[in-house]
Design a protein around this ligand. Sequence first.
Ligand SMILES: *[C@@H]1O[C@H](CO)[C@@H](O)[C@H](O)[C@H]1NC(C)=O
Ligand SMILES: *[C@@H]1O[C@H](CO)[C@@H](O)[C@H](O)[C@H]1NC(C)=O
Ligand SMILES: *[C@@H]1O[C@H](CO)[C@@H](O)[C@H](O)[C@H]1NC(C)=O
Ligand SMILES: *[C@@H]1O[C@H](CO)[C@@H](O)[C@H](O)[C@H]1NC(C)=O
Ligand SMILES: *[C@@H]1O[C@H](CO)[C@@H](O)[C@H](O)[C@H]1NC(C)=O
Length: 430
Amino acid sequence: MLLLVILTNLLTIYIFTGPSFSLKLNSYSNQLTLPLLNSTVLLSEFSSTKIELAASHGIIAELQQQLNSTNLLVQALLIELTREFVHPNEKVSGINLSAVMSKLSDDLTVGLPDEVKLAVGPHKLPLGYSPRMGSDEVIAPVGAGCSKFHDELLKYMTYDIGGECPVDDVFAQRLMLKGCEPLPRRRCKPKSPVNYVEPTAVPDSLWEKPAETSIIWDPYSCKSYQCLIDRKKAPGFFDCKDCFDLQGREKSRWLIDNGKLDYGIDQVLSMKPLGTIRIGLDIGGGTGTFAARMRERNVTIITTSLNLDGPFNSFIASRGLISMHISVSQRLPFFENTLDIVHSMHVLSNWIPDSMLEFTLYDIYRLLRPGGIFWLDRFFCFGSQLNETYVPMLDRIGFKKLRWNVGMKLDRGVKKNEWYFSAVLEKPMT
Ligand SMILES: *[C@@H]1O[C@H](CO)[C@@H](O)[C@H](O)[C@H]1NC(C)=O
Ligand SMILES: *[C@@H]1O[C@H](CO)[C@@H](O)[C@H](O)[C@H]1NC(C)=O
Ligand SMILES: *[C@@H]1O[C@H](CO)[C@@H](O)[C@H](O)[C@H]1NC(C)=O
Ligand SMILES: *[C@@H]1O[C@H](CO)[C@@H](O)[C@H](O)[C@H]1NC(C)=O
Ligand SMILES: *[C@@H]1O[C@H](CO)[C@@H](O)[C@H](O)[C@H]1NC(C)=O
Protein backbone atom coordinates (compact mmCIF):
# COMPACT_ATOMS: atom_id res chain seq x y z
CA MET A 1 0.00 0.00 0.00
CA LEU A 2 2.84 2.34 0.88
CA LEU A 3 4.46 1.70 -2.50
CA LEU A 4 1.14 2.36 -4.19
CA VAL A 5 0.81 5.69 -2.41
CA ILE A 6 4.31 6.76 -3.36
CA LEU A 7 3.88 5.66 -6.99
CA THR A 8 0.56 7.45 -7.36
CA ASN A 9 2.06 10.62 -6.04
CA LEU A 10 5.13 10.42 -8.20
CA LEU A 11 2.81 10.07 -11.18
CA THR A 12 0.77 13.09 -10.12
CA ILE A 13 3.89 15.15 -9.63
CA TYR A 14 5.13 14.14 -13.07
CA ILE A 15 1.84 15.01 -14.76
CA PHE A 16 1.82 18.29 -12.97
CA THR A 17 5.33 19.45 -13.62
CA GLY A 18 6.61 17.70 -16.75
CA PRO A 19 4.83 19.41 -19.66
CA SER A 20 4.17 22.80 -18.07
CA PHE A 21 7.75 23.41 -16.95
CA SER A 22 9.28 22.51 -20.31
CA LEU A 23 6.77 24.75 -22.08
CA LYS A 24 7.80 27.64 -19.92
CA LEU A 25 11.50 27.18 -20.55
CA ASN A 26 10.90 27.19 -24.33
CA SER A 27 8.94 30.39 -24.24
CA TYR A 28 11.66 32.07 -22.16
CA SER A 29 14.39 31.22 -24.64
CA ASN A 30 12.27 32.37 -27.59
CA GLN A 31 11.60 35.71 -26.08
CA LEU A 32 15.14 36.28 -24.99
CA THR A 33 16.30 36.28 -28.63
CA LEU A 34 14.11 39.31 -29.46
CA PRO A 35 15.89 42.66 -30.09
CA LEU A 36 16.77 44.18 -26.76
CA LEU A 37 17.32 47.81 -27.66
CA ASN A 38 13.65 48.91 -27.79
CA SER A 39 12.69 49.96 -24.24
CA THR A 40 8.96 49.43 -24.77
CA VAL A 41 9.69 45.86 -25.84
CA LEU A 42 11.99 45.47 -22.88
CA LEU A 43 9.34 46.73 -20.53
CA SER A 44 6.64 44.43 -21.81
CA GLU A 45 9.21 41.61 -21.78
CA PHE A 46 9.92 42.34 -18.16
CA SER A 47 6.31 42.42 -17.12
CA SER A 48 5.52 39.18 -18.93
CA THR A 49 8.48 37.55 -17.18
CA LYS A 50 7.00 38.75 -13.93
CA ILE A 51 3.70 37.10 -14.79
CA GLU A 52 5.49 33.89 -15.74
CA LEU A 53 7.33 33.96 -12.43
CA ALA A 54 4.14 34.44 -10.50
CA ALA A 55 2.63 31.50 -12.36
CA SER A 56 5.54 29.25 -11.46
CA HIS A 57 5.20 30.38 -7.86
CA GLY A 58 1.66 29.12 -8.03
CA ILE A 59 2.86 25.82 -9.42
CA ILE A 60 5.44 25.47 -6.65
CA ALA A 61 2.76 26.14 -4.04
CA GLU A 62 0.58 23.50 -5.63
CA LEU A 63 3.47 21.07 -5.63
CA GLN A 64 4.00 21.83 -1.97
CA GLN A 65 0.35 21.05 -1.37
CA GLN A 66 0.74 17.77 -3.23
CA LEU A 67 3.71 16.92 -1.05
CA ASN A 68 1.79 17.87 2.02
CA SER A 69 -1.10 15.64 1.08
CA THR A 70 1.36 12.82 0.41
CA ASN A 71 2.65 13.38 3.93
CA LEU A 72 -0.87 13.26 5.27
CA LEU A 73 -1.52 10.06 3.36
CA VAL A 74 1.57 8.44 4.79
CA GLN A 75 0.57 9.66 8.25
CA ALA A 76 -2.94 8.28 7.82
CA LEU A 77 -1.44 5.02 6.67
CA LEU A 78 0.77 4.87 9.74
CA ILE A 79 -2.21 5.57 11.99
CA GLU A 80 -4.15 2.86 10.18
CA LEU A 81 -1.29 0.44 10.69
CA THR A 82 -0.84 1.27 14.35
CA ARG A 83 -4.55 0.83 14.92
CA GLU A 84 -3.74 -2.87 14.87
CA PHE A 85 -2.25 -2.41 18.31
CA VAL A 86 -5.49 -1.04 19.62
CA HIS A 87 -7.71 -3.86 18.59
CA PRO A 88 -8.60 -5.95 21.63
CA ASN A 89 -7.63 -9.58 21.81
CA GLU A 90 -5.35 -9.24 18.83
CA LYS A 91 -1.66 -9.91 18.90
CA VAL A 92 0.68 -7.09 17.98
CA SER A 93 2.10 -8.06 14.64
CA GLY A 94 3.70 -6.82 11.48
CA ILE A 95 5.19 -3.56 12.75
CA ASN A 96 8.68 -3.10 14.03
CA LEU A 97 7.98 -0.77 16.94
CA SER A 98 11.66 -0.29 17.69
CA ALA A 99 12.22 0.94 14.14
CA VAL A 100 9.24 3.31 14.39
CA MET A 101 10.46 4.72 17.71
CA SER A 102 14.01 5.24 16.53
CA LYS A 103 12.67 7.04 13.44
CA LEU A 104 10.60 9.23 15.74
CA SER A 105 13.54 10.12 17.97
CA ASP A 106 15.66 10.95 14.91
CA ASP A 107 12.88 13.20 13.64
CA LEU A 108 12.74 14.88 17.00
CA THR A 109 16.27 16.20 17.11
CA VAL A 110 17.06 16.79 13.42
CA GLY A 111 17.68 20.47 12.86
CA LEU A 112 17.10 21.46 16.48
CA PRO A 113 19.69 23.21 18.65
CA ASP A 114 22.11 21.42 20.94
CA GLU A 115 20.01 22.20 24.01
CA VAL A 116 17.30 19.81 22.75
CA LYS A 117 19.81 17.08 21.96
CA LEU A 118 21.39 17.56 25.37
CA ALA A 119 18.03 17.53 27.17
CA VAL A 120 16.94 14.33 25.49
CA GLY A 121 20.27 12.52 25.55
CA PRO A 122 21.63 9.89 25.29
CA HIS A 123 23.74 10.50 28.42
CA LYS A 124 26.64 8.15 29.10
CA LEU A 125 26.58 6.45 32.50
CA PRO A 126 29.69 6.05 34.67
CA LEU A 127 31.33 2.64 34.48
CA GLY A 128 29.70 0.05 36.68
CA TYR A 129 26.14 1.30 36.40
CA SER A 130 25.35 -0.55 33.21
CA PRO A 131 24.26 -3.90 34.71
CA ARG A 132 21.60 -2.27 36.89
CA MET A 133 20.25 -0.05 34.11
CA GLY A 134 20.56 -2.61 31.34
CA SER A 135 22.40 -0.06 29.22
CA ASP A 136 25.48 2.12 29.36
CA GLU A 137 23.50 5.22 28.47
CA VAL A 138 20.18 6.80 29.37
CA ILE A 139 17.81 8.79 27.20
CA ALA A 140 15.52 11.29 28.95
CA PRO A 141 11.92 10.62 28.00
CA VAL A 142 9.88 13.05 25.94
CA GLY A 143 6.59 12.30 24.25
CA ALA A 144 6.78 10.63 20.86
CA GLY A 145 4.38 13.33 19.68
CA CYS A 146 7.15 15.93 20.16
CA SER A 147 8.62 14.91 16.80
CA LYS A 148 5.59 16.40 15.06
CA PHE A 149 6.06 19.86 16.51
CA HIS A 150 9.56 20.95 15.58
CA ASP A 151 8.87 24.68 15.56
CA GLU A 152 7.02 24.68 18.84
CA LEU A 153 9.63 22.51 20.48
CA LEU A 154 12.30 24.89 19.22
CA LYS A 155 10.40 27.81 20.71
CA TYR A 156 9.92 25.97 24.01
CA MET A 157 13.62 25.12 24.22
CA THR A 158 14.79 28.66 23.45
CA TYR A 159 15.86 30.40 26.69
CA ASP A 160 18.89 31.66 28.55
CA ILE A 161 20.61 28.68 30.13
CA GLY A 162 20.70 29.28 33.89
CA GLY A 163 18.46 32.34 33.56
CA GLU A 164 14.76 32.92 33.93
CA CYS A 165 12.37 30.79 31.88
CA PRO A 166 9.88 32.53 29.63
CA VAL A 167 6.38 32.68 31.17
CA ASP A 168 4.95 30.22 28.68
CA ASP A 169 2.72 27.90 30.74
CA VAL A 170 -0.20 28.08 28.35
CA PHE A 171 1.98 27.46 25.33
CA ALA A 172 3.76 24.57 27.06
CA GLN A 173 0.51 22.98 28.15
CA ARG A 174 -0.89 23.21 24.63
CA LEU A 175 2.20 21.45 23.35
CA MET A 176 1.69 18.76 26.00
CA LEU A 177 -1.93 18.27 25.05
CA LYS A 178 -1.04 17.80 21.41
CA GLY A 179 1.13 14.85 22.39
CA CYS A 180 4.50 16.29 23.35
CA GLU A 181 4.14 14.87 26.84
CA PRO A 182 6.27 14.68 28.84
CA LEU A 183 7.96 17.85 27.65
CA PRO A 184 11.76 17.89 27.69
CA ARG A 185 13.37 19.36 30.80
CA ARG A 186 14.89 22.82 30.61
CA ARG A 187 17.86 24.48 32.25
CA CYS A 188 16.13 27.68 33.32
CA LYS A 189 14.29 28.88 36.43
CA PRO A 190 10.60 29.78 36.54
CA LYS A 191 9.80 33.36 37.36
CA SER A 192 8.90 33.85 41.03
CA PRO A 193 5.72 35.62 42.02
CA VAL A 194 6.26 39.05 43.58
CA ASN A 195 5.38 39.40 47.28
CA TYR A 196 4.95 35.68 47.85
CA VAL A 197 3.74 34.88 51.38
CA GLU A 198 3.97 31.61 53.31
CA PRO A 199 0.88 29.43 52.75
CA THR A 200 -1.89 28.99 55.33
CA ALA A 201 -1.44 26.04 57.71
CA VAL A 202 -3.58 22.89 57.42
CA PRO A 203 -6.39 22.25 58.04
CA ASP A 204 -7.47 25.88 57.41
CA SER A 205 -5.70 25.86 54.04
CA LEU A 206 -8.07 23.18 52.76
CA TRP A 207 -10.99 25.62 52.49
CA GLU A 208 -9.33 29.02 52.24
CA LYS A 209 -8.77 31.19 49.17
CA PRO A 210 -4.97 31.29 48.61
CA ALA A 211 -3.09 34.61 48.71
CA GLU A 212 -3.48 36.55 45.46
CA THR A 213 0.30 37.03 45.29
CA SER A 214 1.03 33.31 45.47
CA ILE A 215 1.20 32.88 41.69
CA ILE A 216 1.98 34.71 38.44
CA TRP A 217 -1.26 35.71 36.72
CA ASP A 218 0.07 36.66 33.29
CA PRO A 219 -1.00 33.48 31.47
CA TYR A 220 -4.66 33.60 32.53
CA SER A 221 -7.62 35.69 31.49
CA CYS A 222 -8.59 36.11 35.14
CA LYS A 223 -5.90 38.00 37.06
CA SER A 224 -6.97 37.11 40.60
CA TYR A 225 -8.60 34.31 42.59
CA GLN A 226 -11.46 36.68 43.30
CA CYS A 227 -12.05 36.94 39.55
CA LEU A 228 -12.08 33.15 39.29
CA ILE A 229 -14.60 32.93 42.11
CA ASP A 230 -16.84 35.55 40.48
CA ARG A 231 -16.55 33.77 37.16
CA LYS A 232 -19.24 31.31 38.18
CA LYS A 233 -21.79 34.05 37.56
CA ALA A 234 -20.27 35.18 34.26
CA PRO A 235 -21.70 33.94 30.97
CA GLY A 236 -19.69 31.57 28.81
CA PHE A 237 -18.01 28.24 29.27
CA PHE A 238 -15.04 27.83 31.56
CA ASP A 239 -13.49 24.66 32.78
CA CYS A 240 -14.89 23.77 36.22
CA LYS A 241 -16.81 27.03 36.26
CA ASP A 242 -17.81 27.24 39.92
CA CYS A 243 -15.09 25.21 41.58
CA PHE A 244 -12.81 28.03 42.72
CA ASP A 245 -15.53 29.14 45.13
CA LEU A 246 -14.78 26.89 48.09
CA GLN A 247 -17.71 28.27 50.04
CA GLY A 248 -20.23 27.42 47.31
CA ARG A 249 -21.11 24.10 45.75
CA GLU A 250 -17.64 22.71 46.42
CA LYS A 251 -18.37 22.73 50.14
CA SER A 252 -21.08 20.08 49.82
CA ARG A 253 -19.70 17.86 47.08
CA TRP A 254 -19.61 14.12 47.91
CA LEU A 255 -21.09 14.71 51.37
CA ILE A 256 -24.57 13.54 50.43
CA ASP A 257 -25.40 10.28 48.69
CA ASN A 258 -28.57 10.71 46.64
CA GLY A 259 -28.82 6.99 45.90
CA LYS A 260 -28.53 7.79 42.21
CA LEU A 261 -25.65 9.24 40.24
CA ASP A 262 -24.14 11.20 43.13
CA TYR A 263 -22.41 9.02 45.69
CA GLY A 264 -21.16 10.15 49.10
CA ILE A 265 -17.54 9.64 50.10
CA ASP A 266 -18.50 8.00 53.37
CA GLN A 267 -20.88 5.60 51.62
CA VAL A 268 -18.20 4.60 49.13
CA LEU A 269 -15.50 4.20 51.81
CA SER A 270 -17.86 1.99 53.83
CA MET A 271 -17.97 -0.51 50.96
CA LYS A 272 -14.47 -1.64 52.02
CA PRO A 273 -13.17 -2.64 55.49
CA LEU A 274 -12.63 0.43 57.72
CA GLY A 275 -9.33 2.20 57.06
CA THR A 276 -8.24 0.05 54.11
CA ILE A 277 -8.70 2.85 51.59
CA ARG A 278 -5.61 4.94 52.39
CA ILE A 279 -4.00 6.22 49.19
CA GLY A 280 -5.27 7.06 45.75
CA LEU A 281 -5.64 9.25 42.75
CA ASP A 282 -8.27 11.70 41.47
CA ILE A 283 -8.00 12.06 37.69
CA GLY A 284 -8.88 15.55 36.50
CA GLY A 285 -9.79 16.66 39.98
CA GLY A 286 -10.53 20.34 39.34
CA THR A 287 -9.52 22.44 42.33
CA GLY A 288 -8.85 19.42 44.56
CA THR A 289 -12.00 19.26 46.68
CA PHE A 290 -12.22 15.48 46.43
CA ALA A 291 -8.69 15.24 47.84
CA ALA A 292 -9.56 17.75 50.59
CA ARG A 293 -12.57 15.71 51.72
CA MET A 294 -10.54 12.52 51.61
CA ARG A 295 -7.76 14.13 53.61
CA GLU A 296 -10.28 14.91 56.32
CA ARG A 297 -10.81 11.14 56.41
CA ASN A 298 -7.08 10.45 56.54
CA VAL A 299 -6.94 9.29 52.92
CA THR A 300 -4.10 10.74 50.81
CA ILE A 301 -5.19 11.59 47.29
CA ILE A 302 -3.04 12.91 44.45
CA THR A 303 -5.03 15.12 42.08
CA THR A 304 -4.16 15.33 38.39
CA SER A 305 -5.22 18.58 36.84
CA LEU A 306 -4.57 20.77 33.84
CA ASN A 307 -4.39 24.54 33.93
CA LEU A 308 -7.18 25.10 31.42
CA ASP A 309 -8.46 28.66 31.82
CA GLY A 310 -7.03 28.89 35.33
CA PRO A 311 -4.18 28.04 37.71
CA PHE A 312 -5.69 24.75 38.93
CA ASN A 313 -2.39 23.14 39.91
CA SER A 314 -1.25 26.09 42.01
CA PHE A 315 -4.64 26.33 43.65
CA ILE A 316 -4.64 22.65 44.66
CA ALA A 317 -1.13 22.98 46.06
CA SER A 318 -2.08 26.11 48.01
CA ARG A 319 -4.78 24.08 49.72
CA GLY A 320 -2.01 21.79 51.01
CA LEU A 321 -2.89 19.00 48.59
CA ILE A 322 -0.76 17.26 45.99
CA SER A 323 -1.32 18.17 42.36
CA MET A 324 0.14 16.52 39.31
CA HIS A 325 0.20 18.29 35.94
CA ILE A 326 -0.44 15.50 33.43
CA SER A 327 -3.06 14.81 30.79
CA VAL A 328 -5.14 11.65 30.42
CA SER A 329 -2.99 10.54 27.49
CA GLN A 330 0.05 9.32 29.30
CA ARG A 331 0.80 6.27 31.40
CA LEU A 332 0.21 7.13 35.04
CA PRO A 333 3.50 7.16 36.94
CA PHE A 334 2.53 4.66 39.65
CA PHE A 335 3.67 1.11 40.11
CA GLU A 336 1.21 -1.70 39.50
CA ASN A 337 -1.03 -3.04 42.28
CA THR A 338 -0.39 -0.08 44.58
CA LEU A 339 -3.32 2.33 44.91
CA ASP A 340 -6.42 1.73 47.02
CA ILE A 341 -8.71 4.05 45.08
CA VAL A 342 -8.94 5.91 41.80
CA HIS A 343 -11.68 8.50 41.35
CA SER A 344 -12.61 10.52 38.30
CA MET A 345 -15.54 12.84 37.74
CA HIS A 346 -16.67 14.25 34.37
CA VAL A 347 -13.22 13.90 32.81
CA LEU A 348 -13.29 10.31 31.62
CA SER A 349 -16.18 10.53 29.18
CA ASN A 350 -17.07 9.98 25.58
CA TRP A 351 -14.85 12.79 24.28
CA ILE A 352 -11.91 10.44 24.74
CA PRO A 353 -11.54 8.24 21.63
CA ASP A 354 -12.53 4.66 22.48
CA SER A 355 -9.17 3.31 21.44
CA MET A 356 -7.40 5.66 23.88
CA LEU A 357 -9.95 5.26 26.67
CA GLU A 358 -9.37 1.53 26.73
CA PHE A 359 -5.66 2.10 27.35
CA THR A 360 -6.51 4.58 30.11
CA LEU A 361 -8.85 2.12 31.81
CA TYR A 362 -6.32 -0.71 31.58
CA ASP A 363 -3.77 1.65 33.14
CA ILE A 364 -6.13 2.35 36.05
CA TYR A 365 -6.69 -1.36 36.46
CA ARG A 366 -2.92 -1.85 36.47
CA LEU A 367 -2.17 0.55 39.29
CA LEU A 368 -5.09 -0.41 41.54
CA ARG A 369 -4.23 -3.04 44.12
CA PRO A 370 -6.36 -6.19 44.22
CA GLY A 371 -9.57 -5.19 45.95
CA GLY A 372 -8.91 -1.54 45.13
CA ILE A 373 -11.82 0.52 43.86
CA PHE A 374 -12.38 2.69 40.80
CA TRP A 375 -15.08 5.29 41.40
CA LEU A 376 -16.22 6.43 38.01
CA ASP A 377 -18.25 9.51 38.81
CA ARG A 378 -20.71 10.80 36.19
CA PHE A 379 -19.29 9.40 33.00
CA PHE A 380 -21.06 11.19 30.14
CA CYS A 381 -22.17 9.47 26.90
CA PHE A 382 -25.03 8.90 24.48
CA GLY A 383 -27.58 6.17 25.12
CA SER A 384 -26.38 4.00 22.28
CA GLN A 385 -22.74 4.18 23.43
CA LEU A 386 -23.58 3.05 26.94
CA ASN A 387 -24.54 -0.52 26.14
CA GLU A 388 -22.65 -0.86 22.91
CA THR A 389 -19.29 0.52 23.94
CA TYR A 390 -18.68 1.36 27.58
CA VAL A 391 -20.35 -1.46 29.49
CA PRO A 392 -18.65 -4.13 27.33
CA MET A 393 -15.33 -2.27 27.64
CA LEU A 394 -15.42 -2.19 31.44
CA ASP A 395 -16.45 -5.86 31.53
CA ARG A 396 -13.72 -6.82 29.11
CA ILE A 397 -11.05 -5.19 31.27
CA GLY A 398 -12.30 -7.20 34.22
CA PHE A 399 -13.71 -4.71 36.72
CA LYS A 400 -16.36 -6.04 39.11
CA LYS A 401 -19.39 -3.75 39.58
CA LEU A 402 -19.99 -2.97 43.26
CA ARG A 403 -22.41 -0.18 42.45
CA TRP A 404 -23.87 1.06 39.17
CA ASN A 405 -26.29 3.88 38.39
CA VAL A 406 -27.45 5.23 35.06
CA GLY A 407 -29.35 8.48 34.64
CA MET A 408 -30.41 10.72 31.83
CA LYS A 409 -28.80 14.15 31.64
CA LEU A 410 -31.33 16.50 33.15
CA ASP A 411 -31.36 19.64 31.03
CA ARG A 412 -31.47 18.35 27.47
CA GLY A 413 -30.75 14.66 27.87
CA VAL A 414 -34.25 13.49 27.01
CA LYS A 415 -34.21 15.17 23.64
CA LYS A 416 -30.65 14.22 22.75
CA ASN A 417 -30.45 10.84 24.48
CA GLU A 418 -27.56 12.01 26.67
CA TRP A 419 -26.74 9.93 29.70
CA TYR A 420 -24.50 9.74 32.73
CA PHE A 421 -23.42 6.67 34.59
CA SER A 422 -21.71 6.44 37.94
CA ALA A 423 -20.06 3.30 39.25
CA VAL A 424 -17.91 1.86 41.97
CA LEU A 425 -15.83 -0.83 40.29
CA GLU A 426 -13.53 -3.22 42.08
CA LYS A 427 -10.36 -4.86 40.86
CA PRO A 428 -10.86 -8.55 41.70
CA MET A 429 -8.80 -9.96 44.59
CA THR A 430 -7.40 -12.70 42.40
C1 LIG B 1 9.44 49.77 -30.21
O1 LIG B 1 8.59 48.67 -30.50
C2 LIG B 1 7.19 49.00 -30.60
C3 LIG B 1 6.39 47.71 -30.78
O2 LIG B 1 7.10 46.78 -31.53
C4 LIG B 1 7.03 49.98 -31.73
O3 LIG B 1 5.67 50.35 -31.81
C5 LIG B 1 7.89 51.21 -31.49
O4 LIG B 1 7.84 52.08 -32.58
C6 LIG B 1 9.34 50.82 -31.26
N1 LIG B 1 10.10 52.01 -30.85
C7 LIG B 1 11.31 52.28 -31.32
C8 LIG B 1 11.94 53.53 -30.79
O5 LIG B 1 11.87 51.59 -32.18
C1 LIG C 1 2.70 22.41 3.77
O1 LIG C 1 3.21 22.11 5.05
C2 LIG C 1 4.09 23.09 5.55
C3 LIG C 1 4.68 22.57 6.86
O2 LIG C 1 3.79 21.75 7.56
C4 LIG C 1 3.35 24.40 5.75
O3 LIG C 1 4.23 25.41 6.24
C5 LIG C 1 2.81 24.85 4.40
O4 LIG C 1 2.01 26.02 4.57
C6 LIG C 1 1.95 23.75 3.78
N1 LIG C 1 1.61 24.18 2.43
C7 LIG C 1 0.40 24.02 1.90
C8 LIG C 1 0.25 24.55 0.52
O5 LIG C 1 -0.52 23.47 2.50
C1 LIG D 1 13.52 -3.74 14.11
O1 LIG D 1 14.25 -2.57 13.85
C2 LIG D 1 15.50 -2.52 14.53
C3 LIG D 1 16.10 -1.15 14.30
O2 LIG D 1 15.84 -0.68 13.03
C4 LIG D 1 16.38 -3.66 14.02
O3 LIG D 1 17.63 -3.62 14.71
C5 LIG D 1 15.69 -4.96 14.30
O4 LIG D 1 16.43 -6.04 13.76
C6 LIG D 1 14.30 -4.98 13.68
N1 LIG D 1 13.60 -6.17 14.12
C7 LIG D 1 12.93 -6.99 13.29
C8 LIG D 1 12.25 -8.14 13.91
O5 LIG D 1 12.86 -6.75 12.10
C1 LIG E 1 -7.33 10.83 61.27
O1 LIG E 1 -6.13 10.56 61.96
C2 LIG E 1 -5.99 11.27 63.18
C3 LIG E 1 -4.60 11.02 63.71
O2 LIG E 1 -4.27 9.65 63.60
C4 LIG E 1 -7.10 10.84 64.13
O3 LIG E 1 -7.00 11.55 65.33
C5 LIG E 1 -8.45 11.11 63.48
O4 LIG E 1 -9.50 10.65 64.29
C6 LIG E 1 -8.54 10.47 62.10
N1 LIG E 1 -9.75 10.91 61.45
C7 LIG E 1 -10.61 10.09 60.87
C8 LIG E 1 -11.82 10.70 60.25
O5 LIG E 1 -10.44 8.88 60.82
C1 LIG F 1 -28.74 -0.78 28.50
O1 LIG F 1 -29.01 -2.13 28.79
C2 LIG F 1 -29.77 -2.32 29.96
C3 LIG F 1 -29.81 -3.80 30.33
O2 LIG F 1 -29.74 -4.59 29.17
C4 LIG F 1 -31.14 -1.72 29.74
O3 LIG F 1 -31.94 -1.89 30.89
C5 LIG F 1 -30.97 -0.22 29.47
O4 LIG F 1 -32.23 0.36 29.16
C6 LIG F 1 -30.02 0.02 28.32
N1 LIG F 1 -29.71 1.45 28.34
C7 LIG F 1 -29.76 2.22 27.27
C8 LIG F 1 -29.45 3.66 27.48
O5 LIG F 1 -30.01 1.83 26.16
